[in-house]
Design a protein around this ligand. Structure first.
Ligand code: DX5
Ligand code: ZN
Length: 225
């Protein structure tokens, strides 16, 4: 299946990095019941970003329960050598891999490597990276991820200037490429992020920071209705 088959026009993607890992499976079930189908899975290597986050071992535990309900796992690789991880992630149940343009010399070859393993492919870029350069690198990718924070941690504030960067990106990428936004998306700004052209909206603390996860997820979806 390709991204265009998974995505229902617009998706709020719970970022599992912000979950309570003592009850990860339960929290995923609650969000599946609330209608979430695209789950964002953040892999940090302690080098490209300071923290080591989660990886294939956790992915293997959760991917089957997401797939059983028709969902997908969208992996965000905040790592220096993304291709090195692709095969293990594919075997562990990843549906797509998004790598950072700052980490590779030949983005087209990296996209091809992902596709060769049956994975969707995305290109992410940091707030300090030129949008036009990132859009060019995302040629042929399923998604282009505009970071609205410095990557590494959940719970940061949506950065000034991110809406303009999203709109610029949306004007540059082709029809087959979704604009994704990650970092500081919340109830207050989700509509403007959508209006700027994003269709895949990642939300970590805006969902997992709340007591009632299904309600927090649904409120974000309703803000786009
Ligand atoms: C951090 C990750 C994000 C993070 C988002 O760099 O890429 O996906 O979990 O969390 P919030 O939505 O709280 O900024
Ligand atoms: Zn992320």
């Amino acid at each position: 299946m390709a991204w265009r088959d998974w995505v229902r026009t617009v998706e709020i993607e719970p970022s599992l990095y912000a979950a309570d890992f003592a009850s990860l499976g339960e929290q995923i079930v609650h969000l599946l019941n609330a209608g979430a189908r695209v789950f964002h899975f953040d892999i940090g290597d302690g080098h490209f970003v300071p923290p080591v986050t989660v990886g294939p071992v956790v992915l293997r535990s959760i991917a089957p329960m997401i797939h059983d309900r028709g969902g997908v796992v969208d992996c965000h690789l905040m790592v220096d050598d993304p291709v090195h991880h692709f095969a293990e992630l594919a075997e562990s149940g990843a549906d797509s891999v998004t790598f950072h343009v700052e980490t590779v010399d030949d983005p087209a070859a990296v996209i091809a490597a992902a596709r060769g393993l049956g994975l969707g492919a995305g290109v992410a870029f940091n707030p300090g990276t030129d949008v036009a350069q990132a859009a060019a690198a995302a040629e042929g990718a399923d998604l282009a991820l505009c970071m609205s924070i410095e990557p590494g941690y959940s719970g940061q504030e949506f950065m000034d200037g991110a809406l303009e960067r999203i709109a610029e990106l949306a004007g540059l990428v082709g029809d087959g490429c979704y604009v994704q936004v990650d970092g500081g998306v919340n109830q207050e700004n989700v509509r403007s992020v959508y209006d700027a052209g994003a269709r895949l909206l990642v939300a970590g603390s805006a969902i997992f920071g709340r007591e009632d996860l299904p309600r927090a997820y649904r409120r974000l979806v309703q803000a786009l209705a």
